[in-house]
Structure formats: structure tokens, C-alpha cells
Design a protein around this ligand. Structure first.
Ligand SMILES: NC(=O)c1ccc[n+]([C@@H]2O[C@H](COP(=O)([O-])OP(=O)(O)OC[C@H]3O[C@@H](n4cnc5c(N)ncnc54)[C@H](O)[C@@H]3O)[C@@H](O)[C@H]2O)c1
Length: 444
């Protein structure tokens, strides 16, 4: 397994748990040091135990010695990063290409080289060329096996996937991968064998579709606010239709994370390059970018146009709960803009604060817990819906806060309870609430 990040480490540990001998190769010295000393460099529920058990059983090892790791293996998975290339939005495949070349030089016999990283269409064929160029006599196959795990539930997603997609074009390669995934086949996870290009595109299409779904409900949320409707009910109303489905219909501050932003952008570029631009994906990217900046504007507006000197508590910084991943988190533009405009930011996140410190302005304060962050605050903004925030006591918050503004960017709080406690509650797309409030005032 080349790369010991979110995907490489989780899939490596899961394969090992299924009885495969796995050598994870990681070049980042700090990460490798952690892994070799029994520490997990990322936060992923259940991963520490899974890694410890499989290391103890001798099936899982970590090193930076690629040559030793790939000697005699049947399959090499490339799970290195494919971030957005600076400047043009294309996926940067340089780490993948470099890994493929190193693998070609080190292999001692036939192996299947599998891209698990999310890679642009055509990458598989290109790395086959790179490998042939590096080692003309080497026997190998290239396959594509995109990973669909979600951070926060990665082990469950790997072990009980909705499907496994494998782009492979020789029976020999298919057989190696079929054997690796057989334990999952026994739990009836469908394995879809496709061409290389199909597998590569399937991953981008899946992420872009989900990103589009999130973006659609976000636009509906804006409309709900105007017309006095409640997006929670709209989402339920459409989501119960089996053709639509309830998941990924939660209105919020715009999608972030390590995958949706870079994969929508990359698919947009891929489609343009191939002369079949996707206006839906382009619109998704543009609407989501605009939404992230609109979120901080919405907060400034709630303060009547200036947040200068206001104390604002921000709960949740990671792009979603149950991960420490801060890549493209909506909290970054929101907190940065408020800080730029002179607000005093008191933030808390259960696991993301050490990463957040490198990404947020130096004036931002990091607090011990949610109540600590809320102490003396004029407003409380919930950005990431960690479970521990769901049960915050409105009375206790009211006691320690200076102001009463509550911006629930994930619609997790019960508006009635917070209104009752005297808060100026504002969710996302909860127009009905504003409507009721207006009515109440009018009646009053
Ligand atoms: N994070 C997710 O939830 C997720 C889900 C599905 C797919 N993916 C895709 O999987 C790929 C990896 O994503 P990630 O989030 O795990 O990235 P990551 O940045 O967490 O991990 C990549 C790791 O690879 C290491 N690396 C880079 N070059 C190397 C080399 N030549 N040899 C050994 N190690 C090397 C890096 O040091 C890093 O630790 C990306 O293409 C991503 O799009 C990610």
C-alpha cells in the first residue's frame, strides 16, 4: 500500500484484518514515526484498535522502504494524494506517477498495480506507459479500484461497501483483485468489473453527483428562507421519494472536505478537456464557492453590518464530524473573514484544533470545550455538527453568553427550545421559523 493517509491506512488495515499481508509505505517522516510507534496520525473511529491488532498479528507493517515492501507482492495499491493542482483545477497526479515509477523499478515479478487514489480518466493507461518505460521487460497489469469510504465511518464503509468498482482489463489482474475482495463478496457486496476509464470516471461521477445533491438542497434552503418554508421538511418530503433518497439533503454552509471540492473541480476540467463540458458540475462548483462566502456575510449581517469587537464562539472546525480533516472546511473562510473584520473568535472542535491552528488566523482563540468557547460571547455559531454539541443546555449557554444570537449552520438544534430560552435562533433554510417569529411579534 503506497501512502499511509486516510485511504491507504484504512484500506491497508482492513485488508490486513481480512487476512492479507500488508506493507504500508509512507514517506512523511512524522507520520511514519507515529505509525511505527503505535500512534495513529489521523482521527478515525476504531482505527487505532484495528491497526494495533493487525500489527500484533504480524500482518501489517509500516516503512519508507518501497523496494522491500513491494518485493514479491501480488498487488500494489497506490493511495497517495491527488490534490487540486495549483492554478488550473486539474488533479495533481505527480505523486501517483512518481509512485508508479518507483514501483516499476522495485517489483521483482508480475504484480497488479492498482490506483486507489482518485485519478483523472486516462491516468491508468498513462502509468502503464510510465512503468513500461522504466522497466520494459517487467510483467504487470494496471487496474483502477477507486475508494468510496467516508472519513468518520471509513472502516465500516470499507468492510461493508455498497459496491466495489474494479477497472481491470486482463483476467489475471481481475483474478488477483477478486481474491483480495472475496471476503467482502461473501457478505454480498457487489463487485463491478469495468474498463480502466469507466472505473476512473465512476469515482468522479459519484462524488460530483453527491456534491450536486448537497448544492441543490442548499439552493432550496435559500429559497425556503425567502418564501417562509422549512428546508428540513422539504428535504424529508422529497427524500422519502425512493428515486431521490434522504441522504445528502442536509442544508448547510456548503460542502468541503478532502474529496468533493477537488473532485468536482477535477471532473469539471476533465469534461472540458474532452470537449464535453458539464454545466451541472460547473454550476455546482460555482454555487458552492459563493455559498461559503455568503455564510460569513450572513453572520456579519446578523450583527447589523459590523462584527468589529464582537465576541463570536464557533463550534466545530473540521469539514464534518468524526474526522480531524480540515481540508477545504467551510470553517476556514468563515472564521478567517470574521477575524479579518475585527471579531474576536473563540473556537472549539473535539479533534480538529491542532490542524486548524495552522489554517486559521493567529488571533483565533482555541478553547477547552463548547461552554468555554461560549463564555462571554455575543453569538454562537455551530459550523460542524459533532454529536456532543447536540445536547448543549440553552439555559447554561444563556447564563454564560453576553449576547443571544445563535446561528445553527447545520440545523441540529431544536429552534423551539432555544427560542424559549430567549435566543435569537437562526438555522439554514428555516424560513418558517422567521415567519412564525414575525407573526409572533405582529401578534404581540
Ligand atoms: N480522504 C478520503 O475520504 C478519500 C476517500 C476516497 C478516495 N480518496 C482519494 O484517495 C487518495 C488519497 O487520499 P487521502 O485522503 O488518503 O490523502 P492523504 O494526503 O491523507 O494521504 C496520502 C499519503 O501518501 C503519502 N505519499 C505520497 N507520496 C508517496 C510515495 N511516493 N510513497 C509513499 N507515500 C507517499 C503522503 O505522505 C500521505 O501521507 C486521493 O486521491 C483521494 O482523492 C480519499
Amino acid at each position: 500500500m503506497i501512502g499511509g493517509g486516510y485511504v491507504g491506512l484504512v484500506s491497508g488495515a482492513c485488508f490486513a484484518d481480512l487476512g492479507v499481508e500488508v506493507a504500508v509505505v509512507e514517506t512523511d517522516a512524522a507520520k511514519l514515526d507515529a505509525l511505527q510507534n503505535g500512534r495513529i496520525p489521523i482521527y478515525e473511529p476504531g482505527l487505532d484498535r484495528l491497526v494495533a491488532e493487525n500489527v500484533a498479528a504480524g500482518r501489517l507493517t509500516f516503512s519508507d522502504d518501497l523496494a522491500t515492501a513491494v518485493a514479491g507482492v501480488e498487488a500494489v495499491f497506490i493511495a497517495v494524494g491527488t490534490p487540486t493542482r495549483r492554478g488550473d483545477g486539474h488533479a495533481d497526479v505527480s505523486y501517483v506517477n512518481a509512485a508508479a515509477e518507483q514501483v516499476a523499478r522495485a517489483l521483482t515479478g508480475y504484480a497488479v498495480v492498482v490506483t486507489k487514489s482518485t485519478v483523472p480518466v486516462g491516468t491508468g493507461r498513462r502509468i502503464a506507459q510510465i512503468m513500461r518505460h522504466a522497466r520494459p521487460e517487467l510483467e504487470f497489469d494496471v487496474a483502477s479500484n477507486p475508494e468510496f469510504l467516508r472519513e468518520g465511518s471509513a472502516i465500516g464503509d470499507f468492510m461493508r461497501p455498497d459496491r466495489v468498482v474494479i477497472g481491470a482489463e486482463s483476467e489475471r489482474a481481475r483474478e488477483v483483485l477478486r481474491r483480495l475482495y472475496r471476503p467482502l463478496y461473501l457478505i454480498e457486496a457487489p463487485i463491478l468489473f469495468t474498463s480502466l476509464e469507466t472505473a476512473e470516471l465512476t469515482k468522479y461521477a459519484a462524488n460530483s453527483f453527491l456534491a450536486m445533491k448537497v448544492t441543490f438542497i442548499n439552493e432550496m434552503a435559500d429559497l425556503c428562507e425567502r418564501v417562509g418554508a422549512d428546508v428540513q421538511d422539504v428535504a424529508r418530503g422529497i427524500g422519502l421519494d425512493g428515486r431521490i433518497g434522504r441522504k445528502f439533503l442536509n442544508a448547510g454552509p456548503g460542502f468541503g472536505g478532502s474529496c468533493f471540492p477537488k473532485d468536482t473541480l477535477a471532473l469539471m476540467r476533465i469534461a472540458q478537456d474532452w470537449g464535453a463540458p458539464s454545466r451541472l458540475v460547473e454550476a455546482t462548483v460555482a454555487v458552492n464557492d459563493a455559498r461559503k462566502s455568503a455564510m460569513s456575510a450572513r453572520i456579519v449581517q446578523a450583527f447589523g453590518g459590523s462584527v468589529h469587537g464582537k465576541v463570536i464562539a464557533v463550534l466545530g472546525l473540521t469539514f464534518k464530524p468524526e474526522t480531524d480533516d480540515m481540508r477545504d472546511a467551510p470553517s476556514i473562510p468563515i472564521v478567517s473573514r470574521l477575524a479579518e473584520e475585527g471579531a474576536i473568535l473563540r473556537t472549539f472542535d473535539p479533534v480538529g484544533m491542532s490542524h486548524a491552528k495552522d489554517l486559521l488566523p493567529p488571533s483565533v482563540q482555541f478553547c477547552a470545550d463548547a461552554y468555554d468557547a461560549a463564555t462571554g460571547a455575543d453569538a454562537l455559531i455551530l459550523v460542524t455538527e459533532w454529536n456532543e454539541f447536540r445536547a448543549l443546555s440553552p439555559e447554561r449557554l444563556a447564563d454564560i453568553m453576553r449576547g443571544r444570537l445563535l446561528m445553527d449552520l447545520r440545523n441540529v438544534f431544536d429552534p423551539a427550545v432555544f427560542l424559549e430560552a430567549g435566543f435569537d435562533y437562526r438555522g439554514v433554510g428555516r424560513g418558517l421559523q422567521a415567519f412564525r417569529e414575525q407573526n409572533k411579534k405582529a401578534e404581540g
